[in-house]
Design a protein around this ligand. Structure first.
Ligand code: GRF
Length: 226
């Protein structure tokens, strides 16, 4: 099997990009072919260069043609801390091939302006006992596309936005590569795919294993309702 080319879009430090680079290093299923930044200052670019991955910086992130061209031959496009909106015409052209990771359990605590520390502050202010990470398809609205996979992270009573962010980020680093591998195995879908956790999705103690349920033939246990 030839690994499918994956493009990763970034705006920040790129720890999720690093998790992908590390996890897919020798993967027969998927490889990071290019890293595209919304600005030259993104620390993630250095991680890509160190890994010998082709990089590009978008001059006009709101230009759909430029975004689509930058993704090249990628069959899967991963937004990993990418803070710009993908223009609607690019979303339409890349339908069901662009995914995003968000540091909360969507559809709560998402939408315009909900990124970084703000997400975790809002989670703590709401009093919920559970947060987590969500990987979802990108559509025309911020953080609203169909959910592919989620992993919960309990909120502790003494959490600060920073302590909660750190635990959610650890889960993100496990969940995102696993979702990318499963989607690469499934190939380009005609519609959204849902990956469910095996058994209970609760993380016990320090066990951060993320165990997605896949049927023996490699298809997902269940497809998302259309
Ligand atoms: C992550 O928390 C991700 O969920 C969100 O932006 C953050 C990116 O962090 N979309 P990093 O750049 O991967 O370290």
């Amino acid at each position: 099997m030839t690994p499918i080319p994956v493009a990763v879009l970034v705006s920040g430090g790129g720890t999720n990009l690093q998790a992908l680079l590390d996890a897919l290093h020798d993967s027969p299923v998927a490889r990071i072919a290019r890293v595209i930044a919304s600005g030259a200052a993104a620390g993630a670019l250095e991680r890509a260069r160190r890994a010998g991955v082709h990089t590009a910086v978008l001059a006009h992130p709101d230009d759909p043609g430029e975004v689509v061209t930058a993704t090249g031959d990628a069959q899967l496009v991963v937004l990993a801390g990418y803070l710009k909106r993908i223009p609607a015409a690019a979303v339409a052209q890349l339908r069901w091939r662009v995914i995003n990771i968000h540091p909360a359990l969507l559809p709560a605590f998402g939408g315009p302006g909900m990124y970084g520390r703000r997400v975790h502050s809002a989670v703590l202010a709401s009093g919920v006992a559970l947060s987590g990470a969500t990987v979802h398809y990108v559509d025309e609205e911020y953080d609203r596309g169909p959910i592919i996979a989620q992993w919960p992270v309990p909120v502790r009573s003494d959490d600060t936005p920073d302590t909660l962010a750190a635990r959610v980020l650890e889960v993100e680093h496990r969940l995102l590569p696993q979702v990318v591998v499963e989607l690469a195995r499934l190939g380009v879908p005609e519609g959204p795919v849902r990956l469910s956790a095996k058994g209970s999705a609760f993380v016990t103690g320090d066990n951060l294993a993320v165990d997605l349920d896949t049927a023996a033939d490699g298809r997902t246990g269940g497809r998302a309702d259309r």
